[in-house]
Every structure is written in structure tokens, then in C-alpha cells.
Design a protein around this ligand. Structure first.
Ligand SMILES: O=C(O)CCC(=O)C(=O)O
Ligand SMILES: [Fe+2]
Length: 230
């Protein structure tokens, strides 16, 4: 039963919606069973690459060590050479699971019905790489652009576990104005079109909001699926 202390933000109806040009938010896109299966599958891959240069770690960047753990699938983004690579020190990057590829197509079919600029991608999209991000409840990701891909194809982004606040800014700089969208467990966001290179980040995670049965007790997993080449 709801209590006085429940946050009203989380009780508003959450219809599928076009947020702005090229950006679509589809709440509850994944069933709990699908979320659980994705977490299980990701965990298996994490185990298979543990102790190798492809292990899920908090990457070090020019501005310091990230608080988010990252696992690269399909291709690995090499932070030293700024290139997508197929292998690191002879260790091949784990392939993109078919389930991820299928989900990306399903995501674009749904998103395309709400956004003209996403519609053309439902046929043409090639899922080539995925990034699995793990946020502990105190982790965050600063405002950035996803600019490492040549392709203008949209980014398909799935959330599991604790709610994360997705902050969407403009395309010119990381400053306001921005829109904050709570991404709950099972939500899908697709960003492409005029906002493919928009600045975005995750300023915070809401601890203890992961639903029972999603596969994660605490923290948040975000899976972004991308097309790299033109
Ligand atoms: O965690 C998220 O929802 C966003 C992740 C992200 O922006 C990225 O991996 O580039
Ligand atoms: Fe990003």
C-alpha cells in the first residue's frame, strides 16, 4: 500500500513519449523476466572476462577514474588510442549476444512509431557494440556526448535496477537548460536524430528503488547498444 512517504514523482502515470526531437522514452519496455535474463547474461560475460584486459572495471580517463564499472561487448572502446578495437592484448572482445541485437531492433520499432527521425532506423540499424554500465548507488556519470561512433544511428539505452536520473542537455555544451528523466527498472530511452550528439549524464542514482525480481539487489545496470560504422 502506498504510504505518505512515497515520492509523488514515481506515482505519476508514465506513458511512452517523445521527449524532444529524436528522443523517445518508453517506460516498462522490458518485463521483469527480461530484465532478470539480461542481468544473468551480463554476469556470465563479466565472469568470463574477469582477470583479462577486457574485465569490467572503472575506466581511467583524462579527468580521473570513473565511478561507473564498464563492460564492452562487440567492440572495445580503447581509452588510450580513442578507437574501437576487436581485441586487447590478444584477448578478443566478447561478441554482442543475439538477445541484445534483437532487443535493439524491437526498441527501434517501438521508438520509431513515436519519432519521425527514428523511424527510418528500424529497418537500417546494425547493432555492432554494447556498453554495460554498472552504477553502485553512489556512482554517477558526468555530462558528455556519445561522439565515438561515426554513425548517426540512434543509441538504444536500457535501464535495470535502481532508478537513475538521466539528464539530457543540448548539443552545444554541457550547460543548462536540461531535462531530467527518471529511468526506472525496465525503461528504454532511444536518442538519435537532432539529439544524437546531445550532452547527457547520470547525476544520481536513487538507492533502494530496484524492484524485486529484476536481478539486481542494489545499484543500476545500463545497457547501451550502438551502431558504429556508417
Ligand atoms: O547510464 C546511462 O543511462 C547513460 C550511459 C551513457 O551515457 C553512456 O554509456 O554513454
Ligand atoms: Fe553516453
Amino acid at each position: 500500500m502506498p504510504t505518505l512517504f512515497d515520492d509523488p514523482l514515481h506515482q505519476l502515470p508514465r506513458p511512452p513519449r517523445r521527449v524532444t526531437a529524436g528522443v523517445v522514452h518508453l517506460p516498462n519496455f522490458l518485463s521483469l523476466a527480461e530484465q532478470n535474463a539480461l542481468v544473468t547474461q551480463s554476469r556470465e560475460i563479466v565472469r568470463s572476462v574477469a582477470g583479462t584486459p577486457l574485465a569490467m572495471v572503472r575506466p581511467k580517463t583524462k579527468s580521473g577514474q570513473m565511478s561507473v564499472h564498464m563492460l564492452n561487448l562487440g567492440k572495445h572502446w580503447a581509452t588510450n588510442t580513442y578507437r574501437y578495437v576487436d581485441a586487447v592484448d590478444g584477448f578478443p572482445v566478447p561478441p554482442l549476444p543475439d538477445s541484445f541485437v534483437n532487443l535493439a531492433h524491437r526498441a527501434l520499432l517501438s521508438a520509431g512509431s513515436l519519432s519521425n527521425s527514428l523511424q527510418s532506423w528500424s529497418e537500417a540499424y546494425r547493432a555492432e557494440a554494447a556498453l554495460v554500465n554498472y552504477y553502485s548507488p553512489d556512482a554517477s556519470m558526468g555530462m558528455h556526448q556519445d561522439a565515438n561512433e561515426e554513425s548517426e544511428a540512434p543509441v538504444v539505452s536500457l535501464s535495470i535496477g535502481d532508478t537513475g536520473i538521466f539528464r539530457l542537455g543540448g548539443t552545444l555544451n554541457r550547460n543548462k537548460p536540461w531535462t531530467d528523466i527518471p529511468l526506472m527498472s525496465g525503461d528504454l530511452i532511444v536518442f538519435g536524430g537532432a539529439h544524437r550528439r546531445a550532452f547527457h549524464g547520470i547525476p544520481s542514482i536513487e538507492a533502494n528503488t530496484a524492484p524485486a525480481g529484476c536481478g539486481l539487489k542494489e545499484g543500476r545496470i545500463n545497457i547501451t547498444i550502438r551502431q558504429l560504422a556508417l
